[in-house]
Write a protein of this length. Structure first.
Length: 161
């Protein structure tokens, strides 16, 4: 029988992958990164790192099956960005019980780190035109992630409030 933390991890993974797939028509608005941050804060950094890998890998696998465009060099930057977001989240929140505001702040910081990682990787370095062109998507990503973080905050362990 699975432990409650394993059940929670797989439920979060399911929501991350299905949420990304269901919201595919909306550019940059996906729950996967806030779920990575939530996982890192509520289940530990190792689980957050695993969520980053599995969440992007599995959803890209399905996207690739649907469109043929799920995997590419961006997959590496997505996983790396997600892993760095999980790590950043644990630094922002610290080692105290996690509050709703901690989750929102950690999601904000994690999203910024993710955006820098994915944009540096996709542009092949610092490219101001590329960054300016991606800015509307980055802002949509940030706004969506903050909304998802607020929604997820209701699921923080009760000892964290």
């Amino acid at each position: 029988m699975a432990k409650p933390s394993e059940d929670r991890f797989f439920l979060l993974l399911l929501v991350a992958v299905l949420g990304r797939l269901l919201l595919l028509p909306l550019p940059s608005i996906k729950p996967i990164l806030p779920i990575i941050v939530f996982t890192a804060l509520s289940l530990g950094l190792d689980q957050g790192l695993l969520m980053a890998f599995l969440g992007f890998f599995l959803s890209n696998l399905v996207i690739d099956g649907i469109s043929g465009y799920g995997f590419g060099s961006w997959t590496i930057y997505q996983v790396l960005g997600g892993a760095l977001a999980a790590y950043t989240a644990t630094l922002v929140a610290g080692r105290r019980p996690v509050t709703s505001m901690d989750l929102v702040n950690a999601t904000l910081a994690g999203t910024l780190v993710f955006e820098l990682t994915i944009n540096f990787g996709s542009a092949g370095g610092l490219d101001i035109e590329y960054f300016l062109g991606s800015l509307p998507f980055a802002l949509a990503h940030l706004a969506g992630n903050l909304v998802f973080a607020v929604l997820l905050s209701g699921f923080l362990p009760k000892t964290s409030h």
